[in-house]
Design a protein around this ligand. Sequence first.
Ligand SMILES: C[S@@+](CC[C@H](N)C(=O)[O-])C[C@H]1O[C@@H](n2cnc3c(N)ncnc32)[C@H](O)[C@@H]1O
Length: 181
Amino acid sequence: MLEHHGSGVYLWRADSFPPSALEHDGVVLERFMDRIFVPIPFDELTPVQISTINTIRERVLGSVPNRTVNEQVKRAVAGFLARTSAKSALEWGCGYAPIGQYLPEVAVDYLDIDPAVVSFHRAARRRCYFADNDNSRIPASRYDAIISVFVWHFHVSFGQMRSMLRGAAAEWIRDSQRLSA
Ligand SMILES: C[S@@+](CC[C@H](N)C(=O)[O-])C[C@H]1O[C@@H](n2cnc3c(N)ncnc32)[C@H](O)[C@@H]1O
């Protein structure tokens, strides 16, 4: 029923809907997302665990309904951006399925904390920053929008948030405040 993918990350293999938490070998595991279980608070996931989760989501869960839900959310975010004047965007925590495919009119760059994801995008000739190491390379006031889909249940440091704010065009921050007012 539970398949171990290394570093304490498990995949629920049964057809039934997974519970929100369960005990396995004396350890309490919590459902993190989709059918993935981890043993510790989500914001303490290590880089290796994050990479393992990404691999499971891409290679094992890629074809099941999760992808449909993910696409719906991405299309909704892209639809919102398309109604604005945004010409450039940075997707923070892009994973393997970049949002740029839904935003043909917007120049999208990427950033992720998983080196395998960063290599994947760089191999496809997309600009992709490696979180933490590359934050200072993000040009100041460069992006009309910073997009982040399914990322805020991971740990995002204050330093990273400062980098997002620095990278966002000041004019855009004012606009988006007006839009959400
Ligand atoms: C659940 S996936 C979502 C990926 C993509 N946004 C999507 O919707 O398909 C979360 C992504 O955020 C990345 N991530 C987690 N914490 C991060 C952080 N602090 N900074 C940047 N990326 C992060 C993970 O490596 C992973 O690729």
